[in-house]
Write a protein that binds this ligand. Structure first.
Ligand SMILES: *Cc1c(COP(=O)(O)O)cnc(C)c1O
Length: 376
């Protein structure tokens, strides 16, 4: 079977991990510092914090957003406008922070947040807006900023923007890497994501103050440079155990040297499908826009009779999958259910993802496209 996901481990990872094991520094250490510097250089941002996974990055981003604007920082309360079309990690982090979910509809073209619906739903209760670059496709960040400008003018308060960039390593918006547009940006370095540590993640913060807070909060609220030998330190606010270990940092550092080449193959394969699948009966491609360059962690298409499509591809040795289901109809969130999400309704049961990654050869791409063209 041609898989939908594969884990990349650069050949340089072994020696770096071995070095960490030999020195016995396995918590936070030199490889973690080097990885963070390399990530800053790569994204062109001054403030980022590596973490133990992407979900922790979302938790931390929401914790920072909860205290945003009111000087409170008590980590609780407030409403977050978010998308139901994502992996559950995105939305459960909102609940874990004691915040309330309000669902925003999905643009059927891009499968990302519908900015018109967002504009309608922003109120003075909105503490944060959570967007997801699904499959790596960048959301319309300019439109998002203008919706927030309008809300700020109307309500005197600017909600924080959190970008779930878990799938968007390597994506580019208006010529600038996703993650470098001045918002709170949460990345995942999970094994199957573009840049893998094994498990790992990162939070990009827009200013020095939130960066300092993020650094403390990832380690129990303690400033790691504080004098703990003499017990001479204070914890201004409680934090978590969210830091990234040295073994993960070593793997991430090695993978960083070859991730671009792999993302290029995702892009090349996606370009092939864009042509090969255009106009095929029963298949609708997602929208492409100028200035919004996906890294194609996934390649979503909308198809008629999804179950039959998945069966047909499986019979030809190809994995295809919905990957996620809408989060808003889970029992866990029945108290915030919104029956009026027509965009999501119109695509949800038709979306399916086909193999597109660096492990998919040109021959595989042709086989996949030919199988789809032959019908299901
Ligand atoms: C993978 C993923 C996450 C979670 O990241 P982890 O590193 O597994 O915690 C969050 N949101 C989205 C959209 C993801 O795809």
């Amino acid at each position: 079977m041609i898989p939908l996901f594969r884990v990349a481990v650069d050949q340089g990872a072994g020696p770096l991990v071995a070095e960490a094991l030999r020195t016995g520094v396995l918590g936070h250490g030199p490889r973690g510092e080097e990885f963070e510097q390399a990530l800053r250089d790569r994204l062109g941002v001054p403030y980022l914090t590596t973490l133990n996974n992407g979900t922790s990055a979302l938790h931390l981003a929401l914790r920072l957003a909860a205290g945003h604007g009111d000087g409170g920082g008590d980590g609780g309360g407030g409403e977050v406008l978010t998308t139901p079309y994502t992996f559950e990690a995105t939305n459960w982090a909102i609940l874990a922070n004691g915040m309330r979910i309000r669902w925003v509809d999905v643009d059927p073209g891009t499968l990302t947040m519908d900015m018109d619906d967002l504009a309608r739903k922003i109120t003075p209760r909105t503490r944060a807006v959570m967007v997801v670059h699904w499959a790596g496709h960048p959301v319309d960040l300019d439109r998002l900023a203008s919706v927030l400008d309008d809300a700020e003018a109307a309500h005197g308060f600017r909600p924080a923007v959190i970008e779930d960039c878990a799938q968007a390593w390597g994506s580019v918006y208006q010529g600038v890497p996703v993650g470098a547009h001045g918002n709170l940006c949460a990345f995942s370095f999970h094994a199957t994501k573009h840049l893998a540590c094994g498990t790992g993640g990162m939070l990009v913060t827009p200013d020095e103050e939130s960066h300092r807070r993020a650094l403390r909060l990832r380690f129990f609220g303690i400033d790691r440079k504080a004098d703990r030998v003499n017990g001479d330190y204070d914890v201004p606010e409680w934090g978590y155990n969210f830091y990234l270990g040295e073994l993960g940092a070593a793997v991430g550092l090695a993978n960083l040297s070859s991730v671009d080449a792999r993302v290029d193959i995702h892009r090349r394969n996606a370009e092939y499908y864009d042509t090969a699948l255009a106009g095929v009966a029963g298949v609708e491609l997602t929208t492409r826009e100028k200035g919004r360059d996906s890294s194609f962690w996934l390649y979503p298409v909308k198809v008629d009779d999804r179950a039959a499509f998945i069966r047909r591809l499986a019979a030809a040795g190809i994995t295809a999958s919905a990957v996620v289901r809408r989060n808003d109809t889970h029992t866990a969130v029945r108290d915030v259910y919104d029956p009026e999400l027509p965009g999501l309704e119109s695509v949800h049961d038709r979306v399916v993802h086909i193999p597109v990654g660096w492990w998919v050869s040109e021959w595989d791409c042709e086989h996949i496209a030919e199988t789809i063209r032959s019908g299901w």
